[in-house]
Design a protein around this ligand. Structure first.
Ligand code: DAK
Length: 259
């Protein structure tokens, strides 16, 4: 079935797919249907050998202004429990291929949390990041207190979560939340460029490297180093390792096959 709230561009560059959140009138507010479509699309692209990197974007005005407040407003705690949105977010979190967020305009609440689930973030000069849930009587519920704090540190995270203040792309870059800022007309192009750079590398090495970096967030240094070592050894079982090193010796460009 054709998705209603997202647009899937299968090949915006070799091995690069792009998912565009598409509820422009609502500033891409993340209703349950959109999140289900996003989850299903990511699952399919993660399993597709013709895709190595996935970009998620909104439009120039908004990446996403948060979860859909109108849809959430009348819910009870039991409704929220039964809907179990966390399983959708957890599935998205398990995407093995690199996710690049291309952000312009608002990335707020669940929108900011979705951005932080991505592995790299390209922002336009107009991007604004925030966790304004406190202003509507709740608090971040999809990682905003945890991932934001790890990314920008306690002082700024606490201020953003307790006051709901938005930060600019410039402040986000200074704080270490995002990778780079480009003019608004270039934000998608830049994300595709970055994605293409990664997509040209061994997809096996890239997936294991991503998994290893993420391990740093929920393990001790010793455990993380052990995990890294295992993945490092494992890559010597791949054709890509043989190809990559032989190509270096031969002074030619490697051709990685993901095997
Ligand atoms: N939900 C629903 N509609 C939204 C929306 C949102 N988050 N944000 C904007 N819209 C709608 C507006 O209602 C308006 O619709 P109409 O009135 O025209 O029908 C349209 O988009 C344009 O918005 P504005 O007229 O307000 O546009 P402005 O440029 O004046 O203001 C704004 C832009 C982004 C500053 C403002 O719209 C705003 O403050 N929006 C709400 C931002 C916000 O509070 N976001 C956090 C929402 S709570 C969970 C996972 C995630 C979450 C929770 C649980 N689990 C896994 C359990 C996440 C929670 C949240 O994100």
């Amino acid at each position: 079935m054709q998705p209603q709230f997202i647009i899937i561009h299968q090949q915006v560059a070799p091995y690069v797919a792009h998912i565009q959140l598409n509820r422009p009138k609502e500033l891409n507010a993340l209703n349950l249907e959109l999140m289900t479509e996003l989850r299903d699309a990511l699952k399919a692209l993660d399993a597709d050998d013709n895709v190595r990197v996935i970009i998620i974007s909104g439009n120039e005005k908004a990446f996403a202004a948060g979860a859909d407040i109108k849809q959430m407003a009348g819910k009870t705690a039991m409704d929220m429990y039964n809907i179990d949105q966390f399983s959708t977010w957890d599935t998205i979190k398990k995407t093995k291929k690199p996710l690049i967020a291309a952000v312009s305009g608002f990335a707020l609440g669940g929108g900011c949390e979705l951005v932080m689930l991505c592995d790299m973030i390209v922002a336009s000069e107009t991007a604004r990041f925030g966790q304004p849930e406190i202003k509507i009587g709740v608090m971040p519920g999809a990682g905003g207190t945890q991932r934001l704090t790890r990314a920008v540190g306690k002082a700024l995270a606490m201020e953003m979560v307790l006051t709901g203040r938005f930060i600019s792309a410039e402040e986000a870059l200074r704080a270490g939340l995002i990778n780079r800022i480009v003019p608004v007309e270039l934000f998608l192009k830049e994300a595709i460029q970055l994605a293409s750079e990664v997509a040209a590398l061994s997809p096996l090495a890239v997936k294991m490297a991503k998994e290893s970096v993420l391990k740093a967030f929920d393990s001790s240094l010793e455990e993380g180093l052990h995990f890294e070592r295992k993945n490092f050894y494992l890559l010597f079982a791949s054709d890509d390792q043989k190809e990559g090193m032989q190509a270096f010796v031969d002074k030619r460009a490697p051709v990685f096959k993901g095997k």
